[in-house]
Ligand binder design. Structure first.
Ligand SMILES: *Cc1c(COP(=O)(O)O)cnc(C)c1O
Length: 408
């Protein structure tokens, strides 16, 4: 037997069936017309935001990193809950523009921005988080050609990292940002060139569950931002401190203690250096805001036994849930939180493997999980599906096509 991850708070059973925001999953599937189906809950996103706001100092603003989940109705909802939106491509800019979201709320990070993407972002009034000196020169030239003053921030490749984070995005050689020691010179150059100076972006990692690690990274970020500003002789109108707040995916994971993080940050903000006096301070979060608010529902289409092991074969799989299958940046595959949604909360009675419908051994949703007995037609729920599910899975693989998504 292998353990499954912890089921997030906020889910209940109605008549032995999983309910999301008080709605039974069988009914949600019926309304949607098919499985596989992603269900995202507005209630759970709003509760998460309220918890975050309660824990963080009032001065801290929140950006949502839309690559976690860019389903349009969800973006429309969450854009009213956060101050800003982070994008990482021209395609994501188009998604936000189609929703009528103002350019000044958007910041654009990501290595390898094409000229056409820089142009669209500058024309929209978005802030560019510059990833290289070359990109800075191109942005300035495009601004000049368009007759628009570009809003420019510099993404710093810091000389430290967020400890214990699932994906390290800072420290040592990286394709992201500009090495910290070169940033003051570039900051002077772009402000001399007449850009609208938007400060610094320092992102150190993702998926951290340890409050001490997050606190240490935030302190290092504030120190580094001050050092850079002093050396450049500039004040910082804005500092994007990154995020990295993780969620529990696997057995043994515990939730990040954001009260501790907020408490420490509050104390730190009481005596900020002069360079950060009037700075707008942002954290940028993706999975923390939406990950636990989403469930992936898939139906069992076959139940079979091989060499004594039971396989529940579903109509979903890694083409929608690459991360849950263990193929999105994990070294050792572990089980996500999963449940037989049709028998939610029932006592486990058997050990079964839950697999997808793709013809590859990589397509596993749960290995040797202890579950209530499930039959063909029952629904399976994969939790923590609100982030990096639909947006980060190869839905065209094997001609399967995307899952349906709903926001309730
Ligand atoms: C992906 C990304 C995020 C969001 O990461 P999460 O782990 O989902 O919070 C934030 N900022 C940047 C720069 C990113 O690339």
């Amino acid at each position: 037997m292998k353990p499954v991850g912890p089921i997030p708070e906020g889910y209940s059973a109605i008549d032995g069936e999983l309910a999301i925001s008080g709605r039974r999953v069988s009914q949600l599937v019926e309304e949607a017309g098919r499985t596989p189906l992603f269900v995202y809950s507005k209630d759970l996103i709003a509760q998460r935001m309220a918890h975050l706001r309660g824990a963080m100092p009032g001065r801290i603003k929140v950006n949502y990193a839309i690559k976690a989940n860019s389903f349009a109705p969800l973006l429309e909802f969450i854009s009213k809950e956060v101050e800003g939106l982070d994008i990482a491509s021209g395609g994501e800019l188009e998604i936000l523009q189609a929703l009528g979201i103002a350019g000044e709320r958007i910041s654009f990070a990501g290595p390898g921005k094409r000229d056409a993407e820089l142009e669209a972002a500058i024309a929209a009034g978005a802030t560019l988080n510059l990833e290289s000196e070359n990109e800075a020169a191109r942005a300035l030239a495009i601004g000049e050609r368009l007759g628009i003053t570009p809003r420019l921030a510099i993404r710093v490749n810091p000389d430290f990292e967020l400890k214990g984070s699932g994906m390290k995005m800072g420290g040592g050689a990286k394709p992201f940002g500009i090495d910290a020691e070169r940033v003051p010179k570039l900051a002077k150059e772009i402000t001399d060139a007449g850009c609208e100076w938007r400060g610094l972006h320092i992102f150190t990692g993702s998926q951290a569950l340890g409050a001490d690690a997050v606190i240490e990274a935030q302190n290092n970020i504030l120190d580094l931002a001050d050092r850079i500003a002093k050396e450049a002789g500039l004040k910082l109108p804005k500092l994007n401190m990154g995020g990295g707040f993780g969620i529990p995916y696997f057995a043994g994971d515990t939730a990040l203690d954001i009260e501790s993080v907020g408490h420490s940050l509050s104390k730190r903000l009481e005596n900020l250096p002069e360079s950060l006096d009037g700075a707008e301070l942002f954290i940028e979060l993706g999975r923390y805001l939406v990950g636990e608010a989403g469930v992936y529902l898939t139906r069992i289409i076959d139940r079979k036994v091989s060499h004594g092991e039971t396989y529940l074969v579903t109509d979903g799989g890694l083409h929608h849930q690459l991360a849950a299958s263990g193929n999105f940046g994990t070294v050792v595959r572990r089980n996500y939180p999963v449940a037989i949604a049709s028998h939610f909360g029932s006592e486990p009675t058997e050990i079964a493997n839950i697999v997808g419908c793709l013809c590859t051994p990589l397509d596993r949703l749960a290995d040797k999980a202890h579950l209530p007995r499930a039959e063909v037609g029952d629904l399976v729920a994969v939790f923590c599906a609100g982030a990096y599910g639909a947006s980060a899975s190869p839905s065209a693989f094997l001609g399967q096509g995307p899952a349906k998504e709903v926001l309730i």
